[in-house]
Design a protein around this ligand. Structure first.
Ligand SMILES: Nc1ncnc2c1ncn2[C@@H]1O[C@H](COP(=O)(O)OP(=O)(O)OP(=O)(O)O)[C@@H](O)[C@H]1O
Ligand SMILES: [Mg+2]
Length: 360
């Protein structure tokens, strides 16, 4: 097993920027995810690791081996493509066996390995089916078996769940994670779905327009986003523009709107954020960290009183969107059986100081 290092890798397609200056060190056995909106450069980066594209500049290493210009068949990576890329007219068995036949393994060994791969993805007995006789989820698992059967050092998965329905997505998500842990294989996973990335990954690289925005654990990225893009792309958040109006000790006061001033801690700020009087910055507050305030204490610090615009009852939670001083405020409470407030009712919310995070 080996790790994967990208050393200042860029890829230019003529005048189009694919990705720029990607610098990462993926550890052996790590589950590492590329996350970002469509066109941000996820597939391009993955294809360079697989060898289907060569970088315009920079180097790629697997462990100590420089593979920058090594062709794909010499890299020992297993890849699941964004559209599966299965051979529709061939059987499940033939699809999975393909990579082993290219490697000219003996027939009996091929049979054993394919059987084992089918078992791994819970498709025993499906070997003779044609691909076009399978459901989307089953095809998905064939693509995964085909990537795993060659016993790759590195598993590359490009949006492997994108064609599945919600329930199957969740099951297959769990399945992939189980396989990855069982085989201990270094895995690079591509998705634009932040919930998928958060729940599966050891670390996530967030990208936008070909540029890396942040690399970190799901908790890092959720709690300590480096910039506005990361704060709003990962999970739900309240993101308000404001101006620093006071700094006292370890506390910072930020004015969001006339009459709406919030206090937070100096330490809860992204390194890219300048905290000086008069400086403009963004304040990020996760909806689940907002609390319902005692209406008697509506004047207390960080209590915002507004009126309900939307209330949503999901059973497990209650979501509110309220408006105060021209700003929208989202809050999510665990359902404790209290009456759900309706549109137009007054709602006082406490934004705990420690839940405020400043982004530059
Ligand atoms: N072969 C190519 N020739 C020219 N431009 C390309 C090529 N492949 C990708 N690009 C461009 O590079 C950028 C990154 O594309 P990429 O396919 O890596 O995005 P992505 O993050 O995988 O998006 P998606 O989520 O839609 O799959 C885009 O602007 C895209 O148009
Ligand atoms: Mg893609």
């Amino acid at each position: 097993m080996s790790g994967v290092a990208l050393d200042h890798v860029s890829k230019q397609f003529g005048s189009v920027r694919g990705v720029e200056d990607v610098h990462i060190d993926i550890r052996p056995g790590e589950f590492f995810t590329f996350l970002g909106p469509s066109g941000c450069g996820k597939t391009t980066t993955l294809r360079m690791i697989a060898g289907f594209y060569y970088p315009t500049s920079g180097r790629i290493r697997f462990g100590n081996q420089d593979v920058t210009t090594l062709p794909p068949n010499k890299r020992n990576t297993g890849m699941v493509f964004q559209n599966y890329a299965l051979f529709p007219h061939m059987s499940v068995f033939e699809n999975i066996a393909f990579g082993l036949e290219v490697r000219k393994l003996p027939k009996s060994e091929i049979r054993d390995k394919v059987e084992r791969a089918l078992k791994l993805v819970h498709l025993e007995g499906y070997g003779n089916r044609r691909i076009d006789q399978l459901s989307g989820g089953q095809q998905q698992r064939v693509a995964l078996a085909r990537a795993l059967v060659i016993e790759p050092q590195i598993l590359l998965l490009d949006e492997p769940l994108s064609n599945l329905d919600a329930k199957l997505r969740e099951e297959t998500r769990f399945e992939i994670k189980r396989l990855q842990l069982e085989l201990g294989i270094t895995t690079i996973y591509v998705t634009h779905d932040q919930a998928e990335a958060m729940s599966m990954s050891d670390r996530i690289m967030v990208m936008q327009n070909g540029v890396v925005q942040q690399i970190g654990t799901p908790e890092d990225i959720y709690h300590r986003p480096l910039n506005r893009f990361v704060a709003s792309f990962i999970g739900e958040t309240n993101l308000w523009e404001g101006t620093v109006v006071g700094i006292e000790g370890d506390e910072v006061r930020v004015e969001i709107a006339p009459g709406l001033v919030l206090s937070g801690y100096l330490n809860n700020a992204s390194p890219q954020c300048q905290i000086r009087r008069g400086e403009k910055l963004a304040v990020s507050v996760r909806p689940e960290s907002v609390q319902e305030a005692d209406p008697e204490k509506a004047d207390a610090a960080n209590v915002v009183t507004g009126s309900v615009i939307i209330s949503e009852f999901t059973g497990a939670t209650v979501h509110y969107i309220s408006e105060a001083a021209g700003n929208r405020l989202r809050a999510t409470f665990v359902n404790q059986g209290h009456r759900v407030k309706q549109r137009g009712e007054e709602l006082s919310l406490l934004i705990p100081k420690e839940s405020i995070y400043f982004v530059g």
